[in-house]
Design a protein around this ligand. Structure first.
Ligand code: SF4
Length: 456
């Protein structure tokens, strides 16, 4: 399955791609559907949303209710950069009627009552499901749809989930339709192309090189801006844990003292800066998710500083990382609700390792090796965010993901690409591990650290 670099790296808002960005997109899709079928609406109609599965269990901490409301009000994640979403949400909370622009009429919707956290059985197709309903004056459902937030901000309707993989497949219209890491390596080697070049040639089906470069530059600049803002921000993150921001303090200390662990410490500061911004609901780039948004920017910043990288190098980093991410997403999952944290931070680390290996001159086999090493050493990692907030263990965890990515790229570059566990096998192992993992450890906050924190 072809997945564009622009789908894996999406500019949006925190704290979660699956629990914030996805539900916002789903709600706005529902809005578009009811406008198409029922506009102009009147206050005889009423909208209600039910959050199910992981969206219910960790939705409060992930601002899923806020995201759903903003989506119904027509907002989308990529248009909210720089906007105080919480303030906007607060303004909408006391309203009973939702105006539908332009000329779509209005419909009854009370944000406090009509977004329901439903702790019953998850919906059948994915742990992150939601149902949206349009009801008439007799409280009869006149239109409904299910939506699934499948990780990284990707959303599918019930019909799309039920459609066969064949319908989703791209029919081989891509110049290099690799579906596995082995195919990717073979195609690159045969065509004498790097992994980044291979990915770029496929992306050309969708857009020109100039357009792609412009978008890749925007992605990196957004990542970089988020990281730099995170290095300057102080204070306490939202939520009941009262987590203090640390990235600025660490960076300040590092600027004053040279220590032998400087490189790792800087990687930590960079990753934490991004994830602190994410936890605060600021603008971030899914990489491939919000919870794991710090790993790739941290490694890219590390590379930019230490290797005086140019724009083309940063683009190649993103393209190679996306090639790895698309394999993981297509053959397993990047969703914490399906795979645990191995699917989020593990995937991000594998993508960062592949990207770094690419720009440091790695062969396709070395890039595959780097990604495999990084992913292998995240296998089995659970998702158990305390209080349902994307803060503990998430923020520090991104630091470790970044460090592992750099080590993985280095180890791969010391070798010739030959190694024991193919990336394809590692991705399949992650998929099987995710299936075996109890739902308590898949973004429900029902197990692990989330239930073992002593009450203060
Ligand atoms: S523990 Fe990992 S997967 Fe779970 S919310 Fe945090 S970063 Fe995402």
């Amino acid at each position: 399955m072809f997945i564009s670099v622009l789908d894996l790296f999406k500019i949006g808002i925190g704290p979660s791609s699956s629990h914030t960005m996805g539900p916002m997109v789903a709600a706005s899709r529902f809005l578009a559907e009811i406008i198409q079928h029922f506009a102009p609406l009147t206050t005889q109609y009423h909208i209600r949303a039910y959050l199910r599965g992981s969206l219910a269990f960790t939705g409060h901490g992930h601002a899923t209710d806020m995201a759903t409301v903003l989506g119904l009000y027509g907002y989308l994640p990529d248009k909210l950069a720089g906007i105080d979403c919480q303030a906007l949400y607060t303004q909408l909370l006391d309203r009973d009627v939702l105006p539908i622009y332009p000329d779509g009429g209005e419909v009854r919707f009370n944000p406090k009552e009509d977004v329901v956290f439903d702790y019953g059985e998850p919906l059948p197709h994915h742990a992150n499901g939601m149902i949206l309903e349009l009801l008439d004056q007799d409280a009869q459902v006149v239109f409904t749809d299910e939506y699934y937030s499948i990780g990284g901000g990707f959303v599918k309707s019930k019909a799309e989930m039920e459609a066969s993989d064949a319908a989703e497949a791209d029919g081989g219209n891509w110049p290099y339709p690799f579906a596995t890491a082995n195919e990717m390596m073979d195609m690159a080697t045969e065509a004498n192309l790097s992994i980044a070049e291979l990915k770029r040639i496929n992306e050309r089906v969708l857009m020109s090189d100039a357009e792609l470069d412009e978008k890749l530059d925007a992605i990196w600049h957004t990542m970089d801006r988020c990281l730099m803002q995170g290095l300057e921000a102080e204070g306490t993150l939202p939520g009941k844990l009262g987590v203090k921001r640390r990235a600025k303090k660490i960076a300040k200390t590092l600027r004053r003292h040279n220590t032998p662990t400087d490189h790792n410490d800087w990687l930590c500061a960079f990753a934490m800066a991004v994830n602190e911004q994410n936890a605060a609901g600021d603008c971030v780039v899914t990489a491939p998710t919000n919870g794991a948004a710090g790993v790739i920017p941290a490694v890219m910043k590390y590379y930019q500083i230490h290797y005086q990288a140019e724009a083309k190098d940063m683009r190649n980093f993103l393209l190679a990382a996306a090639a790895i991410g698309s394999l993981i997403k297509a053959n397993s999952s990047i969703s914490g609700a399906e795979m645990g944290c191995q699917g989020e931070v593990g995937s991000a680390s594998a993508m960062a390792a592949g990207g770094l290996c690419q720009v440091l001159g790695g062969t396709p086999a070395q890039i595959e090796n780097a990604a495999e090493i990084a992913l292998e050493h995240h296998l089995g990692m659970t998702c158990d965010p305390i209080a349902g907030l994307v803060q503990v263990p998430c923020i520090e965890r991104n630091s470790f993901g970044a460090i592992k990515a750099v080590v993985a790229a280095s180890l791969a570059l010391h070798g010739d690409g030959q190694h024991i566990v193919p990336l394809d096998s590692c991705i399949e192992t992650m998929r099987q591990t995710g299936l075996d993992m109890s739902h308590k450890y898949k973004e429900t906050s029902l197990g692990g650290l989330a239930v073992n924190l002593p009450e203060c």
